[in-house]
Design a protein around this ligand. Structure first.
Ligand code: ASP
Ligand code: MG
Length: 441
């Protein structure tokens, strides 16, 4: 095999379920290398392992539960090499540390969460060596993939990572070996382990691809494609072969669980192609690249359950500072606004159910100071139509869907309706029929 001097590398990330098939992973790597490009593998934790680690964090005092979790995790990594067994011991010590502290603060929780990927790269590397590939496990924090200090939901700091990541991976590639890098986490500015949020291995892979100047990053998943809607909800949904960066970003943001919401950013910044593909069926794939004119993608997503909070502000438009004040108060209370609809004197905020109380409390002072009136939160689903040029479709929106809306917002690439929670599925189906199936595009 030749690393092919001058060829830009390819980064290929395998999701937890795909890891169950190391022989197919070896096949994918060989096929990608056959063009002469050096390949870097990024791995998530094996299926369910991150959930198990989270469970351990949520039960900080139960030694019995921690032991059961460790057994289950071990069972998911049969034939671990010695370095992998050391990671298992390390997980055991981290659980003991949580029990001693009777709680896990955010950085300790992230150290625990990162163990799934550390185990995965040891396990996968050993399997790939058995398949004849000179595979080398790499831990992203040691490599120098740097993040901010927002433990549990950190962001990659690519400029600070560039030199170390290029040097470290470049050295392995120069030996014509195959680096297998942990996804999901990096090293924070203060030098601790920081995870990128659930599903963060996609984001890590995109970041590493951008740092290496990769020509493409492939995200290999099992039985997963980017669909026009969730096929469990809309039986006639179909895979989308191409998406612009902007469409993919909106999709990730508005509830299509296939991609971590920050994945697109490094790809766009580096004009790098991202491809989501299925391990099972090579024909099922979505290519995410700069938008092409004339395409008419439409995808319908739904986020739920959510809560809609309505705030009436007396005087509305006469008081231009009001939206800013609402936003500031919510930000100070760490409330994340999923969607905001405003008219002159009415502000509608859509938030997660577990943030509705905090949002109300944060806005209460406005009732006194600004004669505002806050209604009790209503349960809603947020249905979003995504696609470049979606405003052209306003005249096709089915009346029955619009009639359900308690709020609506639209930009040229995403149009969202908040509808009563129980109506979500009906509205998704009706929008899909009108904007995807009937168009037949
Ligand atoms: N293992 C992590 C998770 O399950 C990261 C990932 O899979 O992308 O969220
Ligand atoms: Mg995972």
């Amino acid at each position: 095999m030749s690393a092919g001097r001058g060829h830009r590398p390819l980064v290929v990330k395998f999701g937890g379920a795909a890891l169950a098939h190391p022989e197919r992973i070896a096949g994918v790597v060989r096929a990608l290398r056959s063009s002469g490009s050096p390949v870097v593998v990024v791995a998530s934790a094996r299926e369910r392992v991150t959930d198990l680690l989270e469970e351990g964090v949520r039960h900080p005092t139960s030694a019995v539960r921690h032991e059961r979790i460790l057994r289950e995790i071990a069972a998911r990594h049969p034939g671990l090499p010695p370095a992998g067994l050391r990671q298992l011991d390390r997980t055991r010590r981290l659980f003991a540390e949580i029990r001693r502290q009777r709680a896990a603060d955010a950085p300790l929780a992230d150290r625990v969460r990162s163990q799934g990927e550390r185990l995965a790269v040891q396990w996968l590397s050993a399997r790939l060596r058995a398949e004849g590939l000179a595979s080398v496990p790499v831990e992203a924090d040691h490599l120098g993939l740097i993040t901010d200090n927002a433990y549990g939901a950190s962001c990659l700091l690519l400029d600070r990572s560039r030199a170390a990541v290029r040097r470290g991976l470049g050295r392995i590639l120069a030996r014509e070996e195959l680096p297998v890098v942990t996804g999901y986490f990096g090293r924070s500015l203060e030098g601790r382990v920081a995870t990128l949020g659930r599903g963060g291995s996609d984001y890590a892979a995109a970041g590493i691809g951008a740092l290496l100047g990769a020509s493409r990053v492939e995200l290999v998943k099992r039985n997963v494609a980017v669909y026009t809607a969730d096929p469990r909800e809309v039986p006639e949904a179909r895979p989308l072969p191409e998406l612009s960066y902007e469409e993919a970003e909106e999709l990730a943001q508005f509830g299509a669980r296939v991609l971590h919401p920050l994945t697109i950013e490094p790809a766009r910044a580096a004009s790098m192609v991202l491809r989501v593909r299925s391990l099972d069926d090579p024909a099922v794939r979505t290519t995410i690249a700069p938008g092409r004119r004339g395409r008419r993608n439409r995808a319908i997503t739904v986020l739920r359950p959510l809560r809609l909070l309505r705030l009436r502000v007396a005087g509305g438009r006469q008081r231009p500072g009001v939206v800013a004040e609402v936003a500031d108060r919510l930000a100070a209370a760490h409330v994340n606004v999923v969607q905001l609809f405003t008219s002159s004197a009415l502000l509608c905020l859509v938030v997660a159910p577990d943030q509705a109380t905090a949002a109300r409390r944060a806005l209460r002072p406005l009732e006194r100071e600004s004669a505002a009136e806050i209604e009790s939160p209503r349960p809603v689903a947020l249905v979003t139509v995504i696609g470049d040029g979606v405003l052209d479709d306003l005249d096709r929106l089915p009346a029955e869907a619009v009639a359900e809306a308690e709020g609506l917002s639209a930009t040229p690439r995403a149009l969202s309706l908040a509808v009563p929670l129980g109506r979500g599925t009906r509205v998704v189906r009706s929008l899909h029929r009108a904007l995807v199936t009937r168009r037949g595009a």
